[in-house]
Each structure stands twice: as C-alpha cells, then as structure tokens.
Design a protein around this ligand. Structure first.
Ligand SMILES: Nc1ncnc2c1ncn2[C@@H]1O[C@H](COP(=O)(O)OP(=O)(O)OP(=O)(O)O)[C@@H](O)[C@H]1O
Ligand SMILES: CC(=O)N[C@H]1[C@@H]2OC[C@@H](O2)[C@@H](O)[C@@H]1O[C@H](C)C(=O)O
Length: 385
C-alpha cells in the first residue's frame, strides 16, 4: 500500500482540492481508500491574478515566475495541511493550475500546448516529499490533447461488469468518460472528451449579475426560478466546438469572459430576467452534454454518474435527468467514489502509476499516438546537516 497526496486546482480556479489516498494494486486493478479530502481556497488576490492571466492579460516573465512559485506555495501548504493527524505520505501527484490550453489542430499545429503553473520541484522542496507534476506534456508530445487524463482512472475505479456508464465531470469545463461493460476489449472502446462549458459561464454570469458579491449559483436555486430561452440555447449549440468529433478538449480560452459577453449580447434581443439568463446558461451546459452523448456515443449509457462541483447544482442535475430520460442520473458518491475529490484522487493515482512505470493516458480519450508515462518526477533536496 502506498500513501499518496493528489492535488489539483481546476478551471473554476476556486482553490486547491487535496486528497490523501491509500493506493494498492497495479494498473487498472487498483484499490483506493480516501483517507482525507479538503479544499483550500486561493487567497483572493492570487485568484484574481490567475483569472486575469487565463483571460489573456499580459504579464512579464518575472511576473510569470513569481506567479508560478506563489501557486506552488499554496499547493505545498495544501499538501502540508491535508497530512495533519495522519501518517506521512511518500508521494505527491500535483496537477497544478492550468493557465493556458491550446489543443493540437491538424495539420497546422500537430503538437498542442498546455501550461500548468505551480512547479513540482518547489512543492517537493517545501514538503520534503517526492512530487510528480506536468502530467499533460508527455501525452501532448505524443500528438494528444493532454486532456482529459481522468478517463483511465475512471476506467480503473468506476467500470462495471454489467453496466455501461458515462462519468460526467462538471467543473468549470465539463468532460465525459464513456465506459462500456468491463469485458473483452472494453478498454479500447472507452470514449472521452470535453463536453464544453460546465460551470464556467454560469459562474461568470453570477459574478456579473451581482457585481462580484456572489461567485456561483448555490444549488442552482437562482436559475431554477427562471425559464430557459430555447431559441437561444439552439443558437448557442450551433457553435463549431459542439459538432467537432472527439477526441477534443477545451478550456476558458473558448468558454470564458469573451464568450459570456457574446452570450449577454445575444440575450439582449430576448429581454431575459437575470433568473431566465441563468436558466438559459444552465440549459446550455445540460443540452451540450446530452447533445454530445447522442451525437458521438456508440449508444446511450445505462447510467450517468456525475462528479465535480456542478453535481451539487440541483437544477442542473434535474435538467440533465429530464434530457436523458430514462437513463438514471446519480453522483459518483452513490457508487462509493467522492464526487468532490475524484479529480484530486485521480492525480494521486497518476503519480502512483508513474512511480510504477504504468502509462496514465488513454489514446482513445486524448488522441495520442500511444500510451505514455505521464508526469515528471521531482525529488526533494537532501539538506546536509
Ligand atoms: N452547492 C453548489 N451549487 C451549485 N454549484 C456549485 C456548488 N458547489 C460547487 N458548485 C460549482 O462547482 C464549481 C467548482 O467545481 P469544481 O471544483 O469541480 O471545478 P474545477 O475542478 O475547478 O473545474 P474542472 O473540472 O473544469 O477543472 C464552482 O465554481 C461552482 O460553480
Ligand atoms: C487543460 C485542462 O486543465 N483541462 C481540464 C479541464 O477541466 C475539465 C476538463 O477541462 C478536463 O479535460 C481537464 O481536467 C481533468 C482533470 C482531466 O484532465 O481529466
């Protein structure tokens, strides 16, 4: 058994999800136990700086270096905090903070680009624990998107001998892993891609409507008091991304501030109330997820398992249930895997696999030419007495 810490801050940039996990077994036959999980919010000024960079604000190289290390410090602090009261882990898997993601586009740029800040060498030195980071670069070097990487962990932890499942993460961005029944050549039949916006546009809209007083629509109650505007959703669904066949990945570069401004402009013609606007943006998330299943899956799954912060949005969950009828929609908690900490657990597992020489990507998910080892290993400095 190996005790590992998994760390990630996702595209919502709300804070660092940390999971302390005991892992045993090999490759897809692993067992995990979540010993502790916690979210450590970013200090407000650091969050603002990250969001500005994500939105394309220019910074100098010196500022970039400073930001990289400020993020590494908060990640190292999260790793220190999650260990309190527990035996020390031997490994950290840190995703870091994505600040830029450009998928490959054939034939112009066959190699994509994805930048995660919060350098692993700094986390290793601050914690005294070997840290694996930069998980996306090896997949990108193999002509993959470098995302989504969680599908192989979904396959290991959530596949089923009799049930076809979709695992739907709803973070800032949404992503799905379709897992056929676990038999024969099931691994080759897994499909995965980023479905489009998760909470990113909703969060930005709530901030805009409340002048920054609120950052998200708690439980989806505000949207639930409105009505979605169907013609607008139909119009938004005509965006190229939703019709692009997988493998595909996206980020705040597409579904960020500029896209929301376009949505607000489109909405003016319909004179929507704030609640109607939020209901319409929520519907875009739900409809784009379901549209992508109906368009790109070999068949509809027997069950959908939700995870990520958006699984707490009860209105969004209800809309998904209605659009997916008769497929049941539940959360991964209901099958024993934490919906809040699944991504952090995934980076603990990726670090574990890297330490054992096991590949972490699924070429059918990322489009990479082959399976590759993911992550760069950073040993802590040995301080001589
Ligand atoms: N109780 C709640 N009600 C509604 N929405 C919620 C609730 N709790 C969290 N969320 C939403 O979930 C978001 C955070 O989700 P999560 O932490 O899964 O995203 P992320 O990991 O940053 O993104 P990604 O998976 O794209 O990298 C919040 O920004 C908010 O929009
Ligand atoms: C570049 C990047 O950070 N992508 C994230 C983002 O957030 C959700 C979705 O888009 C997913 O593709 C990915 O994260 C998860 C952890 C993944 O790689 O599976």
């Amino acid at each position: 058994m190996t005790r590992v810490i998994g760390l990630i801050s996702g595209t919502s940039v709300d804070g660092i999800d940390a999971a302390l996990v005991d892992i045993s077994g090999t490759d897809l036959d692993i067992k995990i136990e979540l010993v502790a999980g916690a979210t450590y919010p970013y200090p407000a000024d650091l969050r603002e700086r990250i969001l500005a960079v994500c939105a394309g604000v220019a910074i100098s190289m010196a500022e970039l270096a400073e930001l990289d290390d400020a993020i590494a410090c908060t990640f190292a602090q999260a790793a220190q905090n999650i260990q309190i009261g527990h035996h020390k882990p031997t490994l950290i898997g840190s995703h870091g903070q994505t600040v830029y993601h450009k998928p490959p586009s054939q034939p112009i740029t066959p190699i994509g680009y994805s930048l995660q800040l919060g350098r692993g060498e700094s986390i290793a030195n601050q914690t005294g624990i070997t840290t694996i980071s930069n998980f996306r670069v090896a997949d990108i070097a193999a002509a993959g998107h470098g995302a989504p990487l969680v599908p192989r962990i979904d396959a290991a932890l959530l596949s089923h001998p009799q049930e076809e499942r979709c695992i739907q993460n709803i973070g800032g961005i949404g992503n799905v892993t379709y897992i056929p029944v676990r038999r024969d050549n099931w691994l080759e039949k897994i499909r995965a891609w980023d479905t489009g916006p998760g909470n990113s546009l909703l969060d930005l809209a709530v901030e805009h409507l409340t002048d920054g007083a609120k950052t998200y629509d708690e439980n989806g109650s505000w949207a639930a008091s409105g009505t979605p505007c169907s013609p607008l959703v139909e119009h938004w669904l005509s965006l190229d991304y939703f019709h692009l066949p997988p493998p595909k990945s996206t980020g705040r570069e597409l579904f960020g501030v500029d896209y929301l401004h376009q949505c607000l402009q489109d909405a003016e013609a319909y004179q929507l109330s704030p609640a109607d606007l939020l209901a319409t943006l929520t519907e875009l998330t739900a409809a784009s997820i379901v549209h992508s299943y109906r368009t790109f899956l070999p068949q509809m799954p027997q069950r959908v398992l939700l995870c990520g912060g958006g699984s707490r949005n009860l209105y969004l969950k209800r809309r998904l249930q209605v659009l997916l009828e008769p497929v049941p929609v539940v959360t991964t908690d209901e099958v024993g895997l934490s919906a809040d900490f699944k991504e952090a657990i995934a980076f603990a597992v990726l670090a574990y696999w890297r330490s054992m020489g096991t590949p972490g990507n699924l070429p059918t998910a990322t489009g990479a030419r082959q399976e590759v080892l993911l992550g760069q290993i950073h040993s802590p400095l040995v301080v001589s007495a």
